[in-house]
Design a protein around this ligand. Structure first.
Ligand SMILES: Nc1ncnc2c1ncn2[C@@H]1O[C@H](COP(=O)(O)OP(=O)(O)O)[C@@H](O)[C@H]1O
Ligand SMILES: [Mg+2]
Length: 304
């Protein structure tokens, strides 16, 4: 589908129009439609990820960690994954950039279409995938290097063209960090506050011009003020990127996300735990008028 009301200059175009996934959903007809349709105001939702019957089984596990997960995530949307601990939110998130490939012996079945193409297809390079689909973790994990070097590292590895000082400044500005660090770019990143370190990790992710940002409980180690800054940043970033966030903070999901997937875990006869999505809908609907009673119990705090 085509989003005909896009920001005329997308993240890809800002990075010089190069994407490792040219041909992976970024079709010529899409570019033409955007170029020719400035006065059309109707917006069609563009699907970034279409997950179909996803099942993930870890090595030596007697039951899948997640099963029967099917829903779509849209472009320029924030999708929240919520649900009790151990229900497979991180497992599902890691499938979206093939991080689970790194756990040898993990079996992923079903399908994930990324811009309409099979993310696990034989011709897809998982390393390329992780460039386009960045990830931010629960605990800020800057490299033990200067602020500048933390940002410059990724662009250098992928051989990004352009003035490195400018690349670093742009990423730090997009990460809402520039004004706080511009006079100490050579300082070690470990000297920053936790909230600043997390924004540095987001900026590091933005520096390589991703398409999607995955975040696994990015604020759970942060104080409320730092959390608020990251939430504001996410809302700003969704204009140019698509974001999928795992959060155990339901107020956060309600505040920032467009769509919410609610996970539960069930036990089989041998007490093996398997997570699945029981409800996926507009965040407003999930929090005000959910269809499933388990969702209602969770969002009203009766279960969790
Ligand atoms: N690397 C792993 N190896 C084996 N089992 C794992 C691994 N990571 C997670 N699991 C198991 O998968 C299930 C789902 O975990 P996880 O995706 O981390 O849930 P959540 O993020 O919702 O808390 C849990 O039972 C957990 O123990
Ligand atoms: Mg988790």
């Amino acid at each position: 589908m085509i989003d005909i009301e896009r920001d005329p200059q997308t993240a890809d175009e800002k990075a010089g129009g190069e994407t490792p996934f040219r041909g992976m959903g970024e079709t010529a007809s899409m570019d033409t439609a955007q170029a020719q349709a400035p006065e059309v105001t109707e917006t069609v939702r563009e699907v970034i990820f279409d997950v179909k019957e996803l099942q993930v089984t870890y090595p030596n596990a007697s039951a899948p960690a997640v099963d029967k997960i099917s829903f779509e995530m849209g472009k320029n949307e924030i999708t929240a994954l919520i649900g009790p601990s151990g229900c497979g939110k991180s497992t599902m998130l890691r499938c979206l950039n093939r991080m689970n490939d790194l756990i040898v012996g993990t079996n992923v079945t079903g399908q994930i279409l990324y811009h309409g193409e099979d993310l696990y297809g034989p011709n897809v390079d998982a390393v390329q995938v992780r460039k386009r689909i960045g990830m931010v973790f629960q605990k800020p994990n800057p490299f033990p290097k200067s602020i500048y070097e933390n940002i410059a590292f990724g662009p250098r590895i992928i051989g990004m063209e352009g003035d490195m000082d400018q690349i670093v400044e742009t990423a730090l500005r997009r990460g809402a960090l520039w004004d706080e660090v511009k006079d100490r770019l050579k300082d070690n990143a470990f000297g920053m506050s936790g909230g600043q370190q997390q924004r540095l990790c987001i900026a590091r992710c933005l520096a390589v011009a991703p398409d999607v940002i995955l975040m696994d409980e990015p604020c759970s180690a942060l104080d409320p003020i730092s959390t608020g800054k990251i939430e504001d940043l996410m809302i700003e970033l969704k204009q140019d990127y698509s974001i999928v966030i795992v959060t155990h903070n339901m107020q956060q999901a309600a505040r920032i996300s467009d769509k919410t997937a609610f996970f539960v875990v069930s036990l089989d006869e041998n007490d093996n735990r398997t997570g699945t999505v029981v409800e996926f809908d507009d965040t407003e609907k999930i929090f005000t008028n959910p269809a499933d009673e388990r969702t209602e119990a969770y969002v009203t705090g009766k279960m969790g």
